[in-house]
Design a protein around this ligand. Sequence first.
Ligand code: ARG
Ligand code: MN
Ligand code: MN
Ligand code: MN
Length: 297
Amino acid sequence: DKLTLIGVPLHYGADRRGVEMGPSALRGAQLQARLQALGFDVRDAGDIAVPKAEEPAASGTNLKYLHEVAQVNRELCRAVDGALKEGRFPFVIGGDHSIAIGTIKGVRKHVRKLGVIWFDAHSDVNTERTTGSGNIHGMPLAVCLGYGHPNLLAVGGEENVVDPRNVVILGARSIDPGERNFLKSQGIRVFTMHEIDRFGMLQVMEETLRIVTDGTDGVHLSLDLDGMDPSEAPGVGTPVPGGLSYRESHFAMETIHERGCLVSAEIVEVNPMLDVGNKTASVAVGLVGSLFGERIL
Ligand code: ARG
Ligand code: MN
Ligand code: MN
Ligand code: MN
């Protein structure tokens, strides 16, 4: 199988330094070698160019660095589209979570009905109307569903959206009031940490995979490392206690692999400046191993 790595050293969606070094931390944790050992023909396409913004963002704005975030996502969308055109699996490494806009909209050009697994402590369905922070990394899933600023919706075409019936959020434990209403109105299935405690990862993943494959032509995994517990993944900008354990996270990846439905993936929010050594990038690369078929036995 052929796979293209696309780095996106963007931090403007998080308005906090460090996450722009995520792609090099993941490469440094031997991501490419790990994938090659699983039989992939890996091409590293390098990094998408990130423009330099005037800092800091205008105070009081509810869409920080909109121009820069939109531009990078347009480029990313094109790169993901290009990889798929060549029959290569797009594997995007960030960078803050706002890059899911470009990734998903690029994939959607090839996959008409796309299921999405959103692995995250947060639901990232704010819009400029509901955000408290103004950080666009809290908005990408809303944009992919067709809600948000026109400049973000325009990435890859404003009709280019995913169906909320095929979206699952896994590991949520920090959801803003406006997001709660949005999730309810869209009918999106959210497995919060409460459901994961109650039902266990096996039942949660069976239901997740049923939802994201129901009538779809493929599934995208958007893996925000803050979905994991901060004890396992400390190097993230918005840590929330009480997250997925090491084994719960690997088990999720293993069941996705077994299902054989994945058409694209991205790893986001790895921040080496906040990390303990390179622990978070290493943990992320381990999850990639399970996602693509490494087995214990
Ligand atoms: N809900 C908060 C916000 O809108 C936090 C979002 C965190 N998102 C992330 N991708 N880490 O700012
Ligand atoms: Mn996120
Ligand atoms: Mn998050
Ligand atoms: Mn934030």
